[in-house]
Write a protein that binds this ligand. Structure first.
Ligand code: PRT
Ligand code: MG
Length: 221
């Protein structure tokens, strides 16, 4: 049996299932906090923790900033990619947790001459989920692009002729290799941040500060 959350309002931490949840667990453990349900085995979306004043809610990775911005959660963990696409307004970002590391890159088919396409000033078609990051990147380079918004499986776009290039996250590089794509530019390094609702920080300063400090010690260790 999970201990009930106390009356009043426990602090709510928004996490996404998968690598963010998996990489945040050890940080919570280092702070002496255990999550009392396993999201891979239970269908619960609200998970109690070993601390009665803290609960975890599970949301889509790209919804974490929305929950925190509007106060559906007091805190959250989100990738820099997600934060840049969402916009960082209303969110306090006290910590880079250094987890779920990867990079945002441009990739093309092995047989596509990206350097020549860019040099000739031709318009290139770029498919991506990260339209904001991509449009800023190419604008900075002075390259004309037609952006095609996708929600997943970006790697398929150059293989089917949908696009010349993709902007996507790369970690081991195995997905690119398996699909005969090559990384031609690294746009930025990505890791996940702790984000905090600014109003919650004012109203519940002590417990939130204590949690931020605990995360900071765990991330530094
Ligand atoms: O899956 P869903 O649509 O719900 O959301 P999501 O894909 O945003 O969530 P999730 O859990 O997959 O990713 C959460 C966060 O983890 C991202 O926002 C990134 O900050 C971070 N992260 C770290 C990654 C990766 N590494 C990563 N490798 N997110 C995605 N990938 C994907 C990448 O898009 C590509 O398809 O993995 C593939 C490449 O991996 P390699 O190892 O083959 O290079
Ligand atoms: Mg994913």
């Amino acid at each position: 049996m999970n201990p009930p959350n106390p009356p009043g309002r426990p602090l709510t931490l928004a996490l996404s299932k998968g690598r963010i949840f998996d990489d945040t667990l050890p940080l919570l453990a280092a702070a002496g906090i255990e999550v009392l349900d396993d999201p891979e085995r239970s269908r619960k979306l609200i998970l109690a923790t070993s601390r009665a004043d803290l609960r975890v809610v599970l949301v889509r990775a790209s919804d974490v900033p929305t929950y925190v911005q509007y106060g559906g959660a007091d805190l959250g963990v989100a990738g820099k990619d997600v934060l840049l696409e969402h916009g960082e307004q209303g969110l306090y970002q006290p910590l880079d947790l250094g987890i779920a590391r990867c990079r945002m890159s441009v990739a093309v088919r092995e047989d596509f001459d990206y350097a020549a396409a860019v040099r000739q000033g031709s318009r290139i078609r770029v498919a991506t989920k990260y339209t904001r990051i991509a449009s800023e990147h190419f604008a900075d380079k002075g390259v004309h692009v037609d952006l095609i918004k996708l929600y997943g499986s970006m790697e398929l776009a150059p293989l089917t002729g949908l696009a010349d290039a993709i902007v996507d996250l790369v970690s081991t590089g195995k997905t690119l290799v398996a699909n005969h794509l090559v990384e031609v530019e690294r746009i930025m390094d990505i890791s996940s941040r702790l984000i905090v609702n600014q109003a919650a920080l004012k109203l519940q300063r002590e417990p939130i500060r204590a949690l931020i400090d605990a995360f900071a010690r765990a991330a530094a260790a």
